[in-house]
Design a protein around this ligand. Structure first.
Ligand code: NAD
Ligand code: DAU
Length: 349
């Protein structure tokens, strides 16, 4: 039985990946390592906690001794590394915690994998899950490809870029078998309501204002989280060693247009009158260093591995809204505790 470590599996994307691997691969034992920060939530994976081929481990990837001991004890065959500090706005107020988790944490995992595999890399693989934000900002045209130069602008993207460089450096220097993917903006169930889509869904439900940064003309490419999980599965099993794949939704939206669509769909779902939620839109102070546009060219993963998104944006948004409307308790739980303090600080209310 192969032993696979997934880090960050109590978070948004990680929980979808862990569920897929536990259910689809009974011949793997999946170890889910997560520190359960504000973004980690065992409620995201409650349906798999009793599975025979699954173990949850609470722990911090920044703690090198703990990580080394864990790797020695379990002798993992593969690592899917998703644990990270992931929110750009938080990286602006607390950049150091991003360096700790995203850079040092990744280094600790690389060192531990190198140490237990000792150059015997047959059947071993380190998969680093990263972001398109490492490429910086596009103008009105163009797409990020796998050969686009790195040009990160936020502390978050700088920390992810640094971790990407270390993964490749371990591949070149020590021969560590790695694959790396850079993905665009995900959305879907279990998304913590600090990010645009879940934050605005929660605010619309509660008739709170919708804080659009700057002029709202910033553009992102959106991908349904389950489609990302499928791509991750494919790259882990069929991607070529030492290769990078861009993953994207072929689905660019200006923030303001996306917010208007979300308002329309929510009004329909909530039985509110047309245009009611749009009245909540409030333009607020811009995010410092705000990247204008991200857009991914995902043709490499499409041509080489046959992956493409399966869900249209309207379908994905509808599934997402339905999930939030039928998971009121989840939403209440994650918006209690420290959330209110974060929200008030971030939006000065
Ligand atoms: P998330 O913030 O929802 O979850 C991160 C998880 O990592 C949480 O469960 C948290 O408890 C855990 N974690 C944080 N610090 C840790 C530490 N020191 N030790 C152990 N666990 C720790 O993030 P997400 O949106 O699911 O993103 C997952 C990964 O995918 C990240 O690496 C992120 O950079 C990348 N990514 C995210 C997106 C996106 O749109 N969300 C897009 C592309 C890439
Ligand atoms: O591109 C991939 C990245 O997408 C991931 O690597 C990150 O982990 C993930 O958080 C996401 O980053 P963004 O900064 O693009 O996502 P966010 O949801 O924070 O913001 C999306 C856009 O919406 C961005 O242009 C900022 C804007 N925004 C966001 C918030 C939270 C607002 O206008 N108002 C808000 O309140």
């Amino acid at each position: 039985m192969k032993k696979i470590l997934i880090t960050g599996g109590a978070g948004f994307i990680g929980s979808h990946v862990v569920r897929r691997f536990v259910n689809k691969y009974p011949n793997y034992h999946i170890y889910n390592l997560d520190a359960l920060t504000y973004a980690g939530n065992l409620e995201n994976i409650v349906d798999i906690e009793q599975k025979q081929n699954y173990t949850f481990i609470k722990g911090d990837i920044v703690d090198a001794d703990f990580i080394n001991t864990l790797f020695k004890e379990h002798q993992f065959d593969g690592v899917l590394h998703l644990a990270a500090e992931s929110h750009v706005d938080r990286s602006i107020t607390d950049p150091l915690s991003f360096v700790k988790t995203n850079v040092i944490g990744t280094m600790n995992l690389l060192n531990a994998a190198k140490e237990i595999w000792k150059g015997n890399y047959e059947g071993k693989r380190f998969y680093h899950i990263s972001t398109d934000e490492v490429y910086g900002s596009l103008g009105e045209t163009g797409l990020f490809t796998e050969t686009t130069s790195y040009d990160p602008n936020s502390p978050y993207s700088a920390s992810k870029a640094s971790s990407d460089h270390f993964v490749r450096a371990y591949g070149e220097t020590y021969g560590l078998p790695y694959v790396l993917t850079n993905c665009s903006n995900n959305y879907g169930p279990n998304h913590f309501p600090e990010k645009l889509i879940p934050l605005f869904i929660n605010n619309i439900i509660n008739k709170k204002s919708l804080p659009v940064y700057g002029d709202g003309k910033y553009t992102r490419d959106w991908l349904f989280v389950e489609d990302h999980a499928v791509a991750i599965d494919l790259v882990f099993h069929e991607g070529k060693n030492h290769e990078t794949y861009n993953i994207g939704g072929f689905n660019e939206w200006q923030n303001i247009e996306l917010v208007k669509l979300l308002c329309k769909l929510m009004d329909e779902k909530l039985g509110r009158k047309a245009g009611e939620s749009e009245e909540l839109i409030t333009y607020v102070k811009d995010r410092p260093g705000h990247d204008l546009r991200y857009a991914i060219d995902a043709s490499k993963i499409n041509k080489e591995l046959g992956w493409k998104p399966s869900v249209t944006f309207e379908e994905g948004l509808e599934k997402t809204i339905d999930w939030y409307l039928s998971n009121e308790i989840w939403l209440k739980n994650v918006t209690s505790r420290d959330y209110k303090k974060y929200y008030d600080n971030q939006y000065n209310m």
